[in-house]
Design a protein around this ligand. Structure first.
Ligand code: GLC
Length: 573
């Protein structure tokens, strides 16, 4: 008996030692590099953002769903997509269309079931596509059981999971903070005579990240999904995780009003507090155990802020989104040059986003009304040839444009109703995906929750696939080129002709392989005299890889003319 016990202890001891010795090797092996330079899968991947309500409706109720997404995996693979990011599909009262989560570990019945989610992850894996979810970390829905408990009494154990404070006086909120969607960021709750804080809608109370139990709960949610096979998260609204514990008033910017008619506050006490970084680094440590990737919704205003989100030791977010790029709202080579160079020098792996469910589509932002198709190809040629991971927003590959509501009574996005007519909200960039020229663009047999862009008969997958000059076929060829060209994946970014006001030119250079990208951002043809001296390239013969206009298969780098809004990608040999 005693001898048996001794053996058991010895065996356990050896097992612990072996685990301790082998675990790091096991974890390192898990982080499989995709090349000899140690790049990770997400560095060579093309991500595609799906707004589940609007992608494909399998049960014809007018709202997209998970089975709909699963039915389109073949299309995504054909296009060249390696990972899909689904905006929130968790149970939600849908005040903010899913960004008000009432249960982090389930699927909203509108979108399907957990079984559908498991099937989607498995089907995607078979198709070689990874699935990324959207983790809403800053707040929950006011219908989340955590908040229901929290608001039930001042001494409920979950009270401190949210931010509750006394008002300054009768009817006076605790301070002057303003919600991002208009009005005070505080809501009075008569039941307990206190105010709760909500950076976004009233129905989205902020979690209290100073409470370790909250952090642990969210980390557990991430583990729960990793175990189901998700490959990472896009982290929603991380800038606003922490607030000043003393609730100091934000300074008010004199003489300005927001689109909601509020004073404009400089959010120094409730945005980008240093504590954010510790929390994200700990969340990263959890992600690392599952070889998962973390993408941040980080509205960085400059490179220093971007660097902080990568973490001093690269131990925070793999890919803080670079929205600085989306702020360049005109076709300005010098502005793009400046942003690209800055991001490229930040020391982390860049990520490029041009539009999303909060940002109007490329077609509208850069289109001039006459050359919109060329401009769509031009912009594709920009963000898909840079050093970094691109995130495509569904439908950009078709040249979908915003279909903004025409009447305030049609607006679905509550923020859009508040800011009408100055800003029409975000419905316009969330319209149904256009699959074919049939009714409702083949998205659904029922009336879609949000109207389809009327141009769908021309701009849809089926029609565009048949047209070799379509935006869709251009995207597909560009993605294929990107995947098969090492210089486009890993090459250095070398700007060329930096004082050219019309044409943005650069090289992507990898061990003697030089790919040239020339983007004419002007409305007239431009002869481009490439200044290659001192750029480490001697070759001057150009072999066309892809161009958005007719151009010879080979030519000279000294003699290149690019038509209005034309894009040229070639190899220097
Ligand atoms: C993020 C989302 C946006 C949402 C907000 C509040 O900014 O992208 O759609 O409204 O967070 O959750």
């Amino acid at each position: 008996m005693r001898r048996g016990k001794y053996k058991l202890v010895l065996f356990s001891f050896l097992l612990i030692c072996a685990t301790a010795l082998l675990l790091p090797t096991f974890l390192a092996a898990q982080k499989k590099a995709v090349d000899d330079e140690g790049h990770q899968w997400w560095q060579h991947a093309v991500f595609y953002q799906i707004y589940p309500r609007s992608f494909a409706d399998s049960n014809n109720d007018g709202v997209g769903d998970l089975r709909g997404i699963a039915s389109k995996l073949g299309y995504l693979r054909w296009l060249g997509v390696d990972a899909i990011w689904l905006t929130p599909m968790f149970p939600s009262p849908q005040v903010d269309f899913g960004y008000d989560v009432s249960d982090y570990e389930n699927v909203d019945p509108q979108y399907g079931t957990l079984k559908d989610m498991d099937a989607l992850i498995a089907d995607a894996r078979r198709t070689n596509i990874r699935v990324i979810l959207d983790l809403v970390v800053n707040h929950t829905s006011d219908k989340h059981p955590w908040f229901i408990e929290s608001r039930s009494s001042r001494n409920n154990p979950k009270r401190d999971w949210y931010i509750w404070r006394d008002g300054k006086g009768s009817g006076q909120p605790p301070n002057n903070w303003i919600s991002d969607f208009g009005g005070s960021a505080w809501q009075f709750d008569p039941k307990t005579n206190q105010w709760y804080y909500h950076y976004f809608y009233t129905e989205q109370p902020d979690l209290n990240w100073r409470n370790p139990a909250v952090e642990a709960a969210i980390f557990d949610v991430s583990r729960w999904w990793y175990k189901r096979g998700v490959a990472g998260f896009r982290l929603d609204a991380v800038d606003t995780l922490f607030e000043d514990p003393n609730l100091a008033d934000n300074p008010i910017v004199a003489g300005k009003k927001s689109k909601y008619g509020d004073p404009v506050d400089d959010r120094i006490y409730n945005k980008k507090l240093p504590e954010v970084h510790g929390a994200l680094q700990r969340l990263r440590a959890v992600a690392d155990q599952y070889d998962a990737v973390l993408i941040g919704e980080t509205w960085t205003k400059d490179i220093n802020e971007l660097k902080e989100y990568y973490g001093e030791h690269g131990n925070e977010l793999h890919m803080p989104m670079d929205f600085m790029f989306t702020r360049v709202d005109r076709l300005s080579p010098s502005e793009f040059r400046r942003q690209i160079a800055a991001v490229d020098s930040a020391g982390g792996w860049p990520v490029f986003v041009l539009s999303n469910h909060d940002i109007p589509r490329v077609y509208d932002r850069y289109g001039d009304g006459q050359h919109n198709d060329q401009i769509a190809k031009l912009m594709a040629s920009l963000y898909l040839t840079l050093r970094g991971t691109p995130i495509l927003y569904y439908g950009e590959e078709l040249g979908m444009e915003n279909n903004d509501p025409k009447r305030v009574e049609d607006v679905k996005d509550p923020a859009g109703r508040r800011s009408w007519p100055q800003d029409k909200g975000r419905d316009g960039e969330r319209t149904p995906m256009q699959w074919n020229p049939a009714e409702n663009a083949g998205f659904s047999k029922a009336t879609p929750w949000n109207p389809v862009d009327p141009r769908y008969r021309q701009y849809n997958v089926e029609t565009e696939k048949k047209d070799p000059t379509s935006i869709l076929n251009y995207y597909q060829r560009l993605l294929a080129l990107r995947h098969s060209t090492r210089a486009l994946l890993d090459g250095n970014y070398i700007p060329l002709n930096e004082s050219d006001p019309n044409v943005l030119s650069y090289l992507r250079s990898y061990k003697g392989e030089n790919v040239l990208v020339v983007l004419n951002m002007s409305s007239s043809a431009q002869p481009v005299k490439l200044e290659l001296d001192g750029k480490g390239v001697t070759a001057t013969t150009l072999r066309r890889l892809l161009a958005s206009f007719d151009s010879p298969a080979t030519g000279s780098a000294k003699d290149l003319t690019v038509p209005a809004f034309g894009a040229y990608i070639g190899e220097l040999k």
